[in-house]
Design a protein around this ligand. Structure first.
Ligand code: SAM
Length: 242
């Protein structure tokens, strides 16, 4: 899969693609990427990429011409173009899985007040928000999405790691422990030391339901919840209410 990212500050993105698991995925040919500097497509003397908003108001807006030329240079019209923005649809694990099915994704990193609406009208397929808050750069929100997407690609990390993660089912993850067995008087739960695989699985599922009920009860309300999980949820609710 290829990630093409258009940005005024590609330096912010470079380190992510050059380090750790992503760097290995690139080396192994599982991921390809291209970082394109929008400023290279501003042809005036000062290579200006932003301007004041029509109608007045605070801040600056990314101009359409450099962005359009930049998008054309990467043949964006035939590809899925994502614009991370607080006014987009919420980014979730399901959206990440959907985007992970594409051969190539093009991200536009917004800055200042955002980008000219006509770029959205002409080029953008998906406006996506990483949460109900505002950060100052589309580079960070793009990296959040790229990170959630590429780790779902075949061969990047093990299937087993993905299967039990938060949100894979409508559940959060169980707690993890590693050595030492006793840390500042807090002991690793005995069941994890016994080596009985089925008991460990039962304990982990119970912890997942408990944690979800405490932190994100909304996840346990939807359709399609497994019968066993539904029973555990109802039993735990009964206990806490009784
Ligand atoms: N004026 C915009 C608004 O009120 O919706 C906020 C612009 S923000 C300061 C600059 C850029 O950061 C945005 O264009 C977008 O690319 C990115 N950004 C900020 N918050 C985001 C969020 N919650 N999700 C995705 N991208 C975000």
């Amino acid at each position: 899969m290829k990630f093409t990212v258009l940005s005024l500050f590609p330096g912010i993105l470079r380190g992510f693609f050059n380090d750790s698991i992503m760097a290995k995925a690139v080396q192994r040919g599982l991921v390809d990427y291209e970082l394109v500097n929008i400023r290279d497509y501003a042809y005036d003397k000062h290579r200006v990429c932003d301007d004041a908003p029509y109608g007045g108001g605070a801040g600056m807006v990314l101009k359409p011409e450099p962005l359009a030329r930049c998008l054309d240079s990467v043949a964006a019209s035939g590809k899925r173009v994502v614009f991370p923005t607080p006014s987009g649809r919420p980014f979730t694990q399901a959206v990440a899985a959907d985007l992970a099915r594409e051969e190539e994704l093009v991200f536009i990193c917004g800055r200042y007040e955002g980008i000219d609406q006509r770029i959205i009208d002409l080029y953008v397929d998906d406006e996506v928000s990483i949460g109900d808050y505002v950060i100052s750069s589309g580079e960070i929100s793009t990296l959040v999405m790229v990170d959630a997407i590429y780790r779902l690609l075949d061969g990047v990390i093990t299937r087993e790691s993905l299967e039990e993660e938060s949100f894979t089912q409508p559940l959060l993850e169980y707690p993890h422990y590693t050595r030492p067995e006793d840390f500042r008087g807090l002991r690793v739960p005995q069941i994890l030391l016994g080596g009985h695989h089925a008991h460990i699985e039962d304990w982990r599922l119970k912890k997942r339901v408990e944690k979800t009920l405490t932190m994100r009860p909304d996840l346990l309300e939807g359709e399609g919840i497994d019968e066993e999980i539904r029973r555990m949820r109802d039993a735990m609710r009964g206990t806490s209410e009784g």
